[in-house]
Write a protein that binds this ligand. Structure first.
Ligand SMILES: [Zn+2]
Length: 261
């Protein structure tokens, strides 16, 4: 059975087979008792229950900052589902760490009772703080005349990598409006045929990537140089360095270059 999120362990779940995810400062260390890891390595702190995988409970733990490996570096070392679960643990533990006090009255918060038991609650003023999630759009823009895709090098990329355009959805905005706005802001072009493609949790640190495809409608490419160093139209046979396989950006680019978008 795939991972099933829940707030409380099922009475029949096997604690002796649990998966424990220790979260440092965006680093993780996984102790999987179901795969032979040593139970003496499990911290004696009460973990945050995250859900069940194959009938086995999964817990996140707040660990020392230098514990484990960067989550990004664990991709490929863990199976895809375990990596996604580790990402969930990072987001939940980091959120608990940063919501220890009420944002309205500064009282120490406590876990909220059901039905809001994913939230932290202020015992004085009742403010509920739910896990934080920042939706971001990512869009692969192609043009009709030659089928090429517009790939851009972001100013924050540490390597000369080219990817889809992306940005956060703003309050009061639909996903589609965010696609039009971000693309116009970053490269100055307008779009048509904006279509939802798929999504991906992106725990760096708490995004949800919403993938779109779109077709170029008009305008010249003019870069917002504070965000984009370069943007070029590329065909499937002349791709620059593109993002690694874990990202929805890569999946969008692969689907297009293989003719599946
Ligand atoms: Zn309060």
């Amino acid at each position: 059975m795939p991972f099933t999120p829940a707030n409380r362990p099922h009475p029949d779940s096997e604690a002796s087979q649990a998966m424990h995810i220790l979260v440092g400062a965006m680093n993780v260390h996984v102790i999987d008792l179901g795969h032979g890891d040593d139970p003496f390595d499990v911290p004696d702190t009460e973990g945050l229950f995250l859900g069940t995988r194959d009938g086995r409970p999964v817990y996140g733990h707040d660990a020392e900052p230098d514990m484990g490996m960067p989550l990004m570096g664990l991709y490929g070392r863990l199976d895809e589902e375990a990596w996604t679960i580790a990402g969930r643990a990072v987001q939940m533990i980091e959120w608990r760490r940063t919501h220890r006090y009420c944002g309205r009255c500064a009282t120490e918060t406590e876990p909220a009772p059901p039905p809001n038991d994913r939230a932290m609650r202020c015992p004085v003023c009742g403010l509920l703080a739910f896990p934080r999630l920042a939706p971001a759009i990512i869009v692969l823009v192609t043009r009709e005349e030659d089928g090429k895709a517009l790939l851009a090098r972001g100013s924050n990329f540490p390597v000369p990598m080219y990817s889809c355009l992306a940005g956060f959805v703003e309050p009061g905005e639909s996903m589609e409006q965010a696609v039009h706005r971000e693309v116009f802001e970053e490269v100055g072009i307008t779009l048509k045929e904006v279509k939802y493609w798929g999504s991906q949790p992106w725990p760096f640190p708490h995004s949800l990537m919403l993938g779109f495809t779109a077709t170029y409608a008009g305008g010249d490419v003019v870069l917002d140089e504070s965000e984009i160093l370069d943007a070029q139209w590329h065909g499937p046979d002349d791709l620059p360095m593109i993002p690694p396989g874990m990202s929805i950006a890569r999946r969008l680019i692969d689907a297009w270059s293989q003719g599946n978008t």
